[in-house]
Design a protein around this ligand. Structure first.
Ligand code: FAD
Ligand code: DHB
Length: 395
């Protein structure tokens, strides 16, 4: 079996990359460990920056997103009983974000990819093993329905997330990994209830952080900061709603509509970066190369710049015979990665409870008070939240 680009992982990064390549006539094979249903059901990100929205349009999979996505101009921060709005649109000269769930985006991508003649998807591909990528022509070995198969390709795109096979196959001496694990996680709850507020609310509270997000006018997504030792089974819906109300200002808590959960799960928080993001003819993309704590809603949006840079570089290789962009991929992608790692770390650090020392909370409140009183402070949050630009010289 052979193709031009062998893609490990059929999450948003692998699917969108395959579509962007296909529109320039480049063929790819996607090896996905799970079934389509499993991948589509994973409840993850909910906020798209302009860069990800533009990529979905470029990949010609944006029809439903453009119809159903909710455009937001601002976010709300609450702390010390205060409710402060950051007008992102005004502060950034017109930039906005869109509420559109990763589940929906993934469905739209699969609908397009499975009809695309340039793309083959192999679900339930087991024991994927990248080989010979450091020099020469790489190969992807895998098992499908008990049969061992070898896929020859020109390039490998490792789009297989944090626990994938691509990064794990790099010789240890060639890779540097930077990691910070935070001493708490996020407990998320999805429910068919109207959102408590039309915009997202990020709440700093002395009991811990809370986030009021949404998927539509009738579906809400809420998160609570919880200890690393907490178990989902110990959180009944009632306990979740009671705790959420305690972390919101009274007038907002009074408006909260509660209901049965459709899903509840706990995600750990980490910052993680791999350097470099290229190993010979294998390139890492998205969560395979980097993870950020979710506070800034950056995970999926950071994968977007990797997909953009790698698709642009591969298209230049195949259509113009130029490899200068492939050579610049790692350095260019990492620059935006570190900017998002910094913002996500900083926003996490001013919004969460790290320990019981009351001076920590007082210092956070002073910083939030300063930021809200300063146009420069608010602009810093707004510019980073809507997403930093892709490098315009990468073409
Ligand atoms: P993934 O979505 O992880 O896709 C990787 C794909 O590769 C998966 O389909 C997987 O099955 C497949 N795969 C893995 N290993 C192999 C293998 N060996 N062989 C073949 N296939 C393989 N971001 C936000 O912005 N907001 C959030 O609220 C948020 N919540 C999150 C909650 C959780 C629990 C997690 C894990 C992430 C969350 N993120 C969030 C991050 C965001 O969802 C990711 O950044 C995004 O999914 C990255 O897409 P990806 O395609 O790079 O990786
Ligand atoms: C969502 C997740 C985030 O991490 C965030 O910052 C905003 C929204 C969400 O799942 O809706």
């Amino acid at each position: 079996m052979q193709t031009q680009v062998g893609i490990i992982g059929g999450g948003p990064s692998g699917l969108c990359l395959a579509r962007l390549l296909s529109l320039s006539g480049i063929k790819s094979v996607i090896l996905e460990r799970q079934t389509r249903e499993y991948v589509e059901a994973r409840i993850r990100a909910g906020i798209l920056e302009q860069g990800m929205i533009d990529l979905m349009r470029r990949a010609k999979v944006s029809e439903r997103m453009d119809r159903e996505g909710l455009v937001h101009d601002g976010i709300v921060l609450t702390f010390n009983g205060r409710e402060e709005r950051i007008d992102m649109k005004k502060l950034t000269g017109g930039h906005q974000v869109m509420v559109y769930g990763q589940t929906e985006l993934t469905k739209d991508l699969y609908d397009a990819v499975l009809k695309d003649d340039n793309i083959t998807v192999i679900f339930e591909a087991r024991d994927v093993h990248p080989k010979d990528f450091l020099e020469g022509r790489p190969q992807l070995d895998f098992i499908k329905d008990g049969r061992q198969i070898a896929l020859d390709c020109d390039f490998i795109a490792g789009c297989d997330g944090y626990h994938g096979a691509s990064r794990a196959s790099v010789p240890r001496g060639m890779i540097t990994e930077y990691e910070r694990i935070y001493p708490f996680g996020w407990l998320g709850l999805l429910s068919d209830t109207p959102p408590v507020h039309e915009e997202l609310i990020y709440a700093n509270h002395k009991r811990g952080f809370a986030l009021c997000s949404q998927r539509s006018h009738t579906r809400s997504r809420y998160y609570l900061q919880v200890g690393l030792d907490e178990k989902v089974e110990d959180w009944s819906d009632e306990r979740f709603w009671e705790e959420l109300k305690k972390r919101l200002p009274g007038h907002i808590a009074d408006k909260l509509v509660t209901g049965p959960s459709l899903e509840k799960s706990i995600a750990p928080l980490r910052s993680f970066v791999t350097e470099p993001m290229r190993f010979g003819n294998m390139f890492l993309v998205g969560d395979a190369a980097h993870i950020v704590p979710p506070t800034g809603a950056k995970g999926l949006n950071l994968a977007a710049s990797d997909m953009y840079y790698l698709s642009t570089a591969l298209i230049a290789h195949y259509t113009e015979g130029r490899d200068d962009l492939l050579d610049r991929y790692s350095e260019t992608a990492l620059r935006r990665v570190w900017a998002a790692v910094r913002f996500s770390w900083w926003f996490t650090s001013i919004m969460h409870k790290f320990n019981d020392d009351p001076i920590e909370h007082k210092i956070q409140l002073a910083e939030l008070d300063y930021l809200m009183g300063s146009t420069a402070g608010q602009t810093t949050i707004a510019e980073n939240y809507v997403g930093l630009p892709f490098d315009p010289s990468f073409k």
